[in-house]
Design a protein. Structure first.
Ligand code: S3P
Length: 177
């Protein structure tokens, strides 16, 4: 591997992948990329519009193509979409040249960090978004744990403290995986 190993942040919606990722990328001198934003730029519509126009399966197909592209590069901090671990090929691709770090938090923390569910189609279309969130979290828990090289629980941490742990983990482990 010629460049610096990527850092991929995985975790549920509201776990802080974008906020923490942006801050940590500056400290680690990695290029910050957010897969949802890249998809929105590439296809000229919001994630919500992608879900409603073409459905979740098509969104996942496009998300996978993007992950394939990103995994051929180095020096990136990739804030992934919360559902990226649903595809096992994404997981193996990411693990090949990225330290995969899971940001974990309890449902009540996630809900309060998400705020409005408008831009999150999987929650916005549910009659009870809190119930839906807990159910998805249960369904995906194992996939997140299996995909991750390491994890941080951020329930009791503020953004600066979480970034500090991300930086330490990357500097300690990224060279060893
Ligand atoms: C999704 C999470 C979203 C986005 C899409 C689907 C999911 O990204 O990719 O709405 O399945 O958990 P964030 O985790 O950045 O909100």
């Amino acid at each position: 591997m010629s460049g610096k190993r990527n850092l991929a942040l995985i975790g549920f919606m509201g776990s802080g992948k974008t906020t923490i990722g942006r801050l940590a990328s500056r400290r680690l001198d990695l290029q910050f990329l957010d897969t949802d934003v890249l998809l929105e730029e590439r296809y000229g519509m919001s994630v919500r519009e992608m879900f409603s126009a073409n459905g979740e399966t098509e969104f996942r197909r496009l998300e996978k193509l993007l992950i394939d592209d990103l995994c051929s590069r180095t020096g990136l901090l990739i804030a992934t979409g919360g559902g990226v671990v649903l595809n096992q090929e994404n997981v193996s691709n990411l693990r090949k040249n990225s330290l995969v770090l899971l940001l974990q938090a309890e449902p009540h923390t996630l809900i309060s960090r998400i705020g409005s569910v408008d831009s999150r189609p999987l929650l916005a279309t549910a009659s009870n978004p809190v119930e839906r969130l807990s159910q998805l979290l249960l369904e995906r828990g194992e996939a997140y744990r299996q995909a991750a090289h390491c994890k941080i629980n951020s329930d009791l941490l503020d953004a600066d403290e979480t970034v500090e742990r991300v930086v330490t983990l990357y500097n300690t482990i990224a060279g060893e995986i």
